[in-house]
Ligand binder design. Sequence first.
Ligand SMILES: Nc1nc2c(ncn2[C@@H]2O[C@H](COP(=O)(O)OP(=O)(O)OP(=O)(O)O)[C@@H](O)[C@H]2O)c(=O)[nH]1
Length: 643
Amino acid sequence: MLFKYYFILLVNLLAIFQLSANSQIYDKLYGELFALDELVVAKPVEALERLDLMDKKLVQSDPRLHLFWLLRQAEASNYSYHFEQFESSVSQAKDLINLSTPSEIANRINFLQGVIYQRKGDYQAAIKILTEVVNALAHHKKQRLYVRALIELAYTRSLAEQFETSLLELQHAFELATQMGSELLLGITYETYGALYGYMDKREDSIMAYQKAHKIYLALNYPYYIGESAFGIATTYRYWGKPEKALDWYKRYIGAVNGLNKTYTEFFYFYGVAMILAEENNCEAALPMIESALNVAEFKDYRAELFKQKALCSAKRQKFADASEALNQAKKIYLQMPALIGTSWEIEVQKIEAQVMALSGDYQKAYALLENYYRQLLAVKQNNVSNRLENLRLKIMNEREQLELIKLEKQSAIQQLKLNEQLQEIKLQETWLMISVVLFIIIVGIAWWQYQVSRKLKALAITDELTGLSNRRLIFTTIDRMLKSGAKRKSKARLGFNSHQPVHHTLMLIDVDDLKPINDEYGHQDGDKVIKMVADAGRQVLRDGDVFARIGGDEYMLFLTRTNEQLELDIAKRIIEQVGSTKITTESGNCISVSVSIGVVSITDLDVDPETLYGRVDSALYQAKSAGRNCVKRWQKIKTSSI
Ligand SMILES: Nc1nc2c(ncn2[C@@H]2O[C@H](COP(=O)(O)OP(=O)(O)OP(=O)(O)O)[C@@H](O)[C@H]2O)c(=O)[nH]1
């Protein structure tokens, strides 16, 4: 019993899990379908492939998702000229509509149904369903679908030569498209103006409107629309009697739609080229093209045109049976298209029939038909070019130009804003550059200052402040280094790596005699003068590589390189003489002189250790002091010698 409850609980839990997992999958699929919005028109074939890759079973398991999917398939099929698939998707979608279908989706499907009716030449059905869509959306006009349906309605009316209503609807669509700032809707409006003006025999206006549409489509890069506008331009040029231009634009059409479904793109292309050839009396080339275009079953209105040309061409080639058969086909088509009865399209059949009769030699019948044709044509033209219609057309064109001007002004204001933004950006960049340069200068300045300070500190570390001579640290380091490198060289020489060079350097220890009494009697300032004067006297004997340092209160050490016994004694004597002959004027104005004692040691053996060396020079100085001062003593192995 308990097991049964557990089982039910488990099943419920699984169902809940399944539901939430499914809802996640559905969300993902909805997301994918939403994301196709641009692709269906920009790259419809790719969109169809993507739709095909989606899990159909899953899509079909949710009616709303299925509807959405079918809508996308319909759009992508339409824009890729897969018209059968387009029709089948719309019809499947229609079958799925029920009371719970959101009106927005139902309207979209009805709109597409309207396009299908129109393409099939059932203008009355198209006008009816498109009017329903427009009315259903009338409460919220700034909707893409509302404007789209309005344009399609206007276009369908223009095909049925209801020009006045068509113009009014199109103008309304143009205003809305401008307000909404939708480039695509503007393009479609211009394109439809192109068609409308074409049917109204306003060739130049037609080309201008089509060109505007074409430019917009090129910028959007939508192949279907680029092709449609090129085809429209070609057709207007054809009616205008400019076959070369028409052919050029038919070629542009087939270039633009390259990659889309060939069955229909080629149908339109062959249709256009065949009509040009036939109109130029090149029936031999036109007829096979007319035949291959007629093999495509769609588009009654186009087929009627093809049959008309076939009839004429056949008659010109004396094939009157074919001509009459073709005329019958054309008439049959118009009977199936009540909206076209009485339009210039339909009455033109009589003209063609008259031409066929004339070619067959039945001039009487031809005359009667022609008379009838021109009477009807006059009525149609009068209707189409009535003053009221012409005034309306001019008024509408004027209003449109006003709107275009406003749009241009807005664009130039936006451009100005962008320009200002760019200027500000440039200014900001300049400021940053300035700041960077200033920072760079500051950093370089600080680095320079640090370098100078560290140089000074380094100098201070090795310099005696009072005399500017080297200090004890520097001279001792120099001597140590010299002895070490000398010792290395010597040991290498011993091993035979280099030759042994005899050396002779000199170390002197100089001490001021009786400085204490001077300090005591004249003061430290005068004592300092003495210390500086001795430093100056010693400086004069220096050469490159020599070091002269103050190593203590009144004690100096002098290290001389590349000397000899005679030279070192001469230098010591020169110092003694220099010091002795220099008079110092004390602060109190007295003139005093001092002397120094000097201890000398010759360095000929680099193996000696520094301490021993300092001990020797110290003892030599001690000898000099003991010998009564103001003299030089050299240290010698046994004893120091007096000089
Ligand atoms: N003015 C001055 N006096 C100093 C300085 N450094 C040391 N002295 C003094 O110099 C004197 C050195 O004394 P000693 O070398 O012992 O004796 P001395 O009077 O020079 O006599 P000697 O035996 O000949 O050396 C001391 O009185 C120190 O105070 C200094 O930088 N400036």
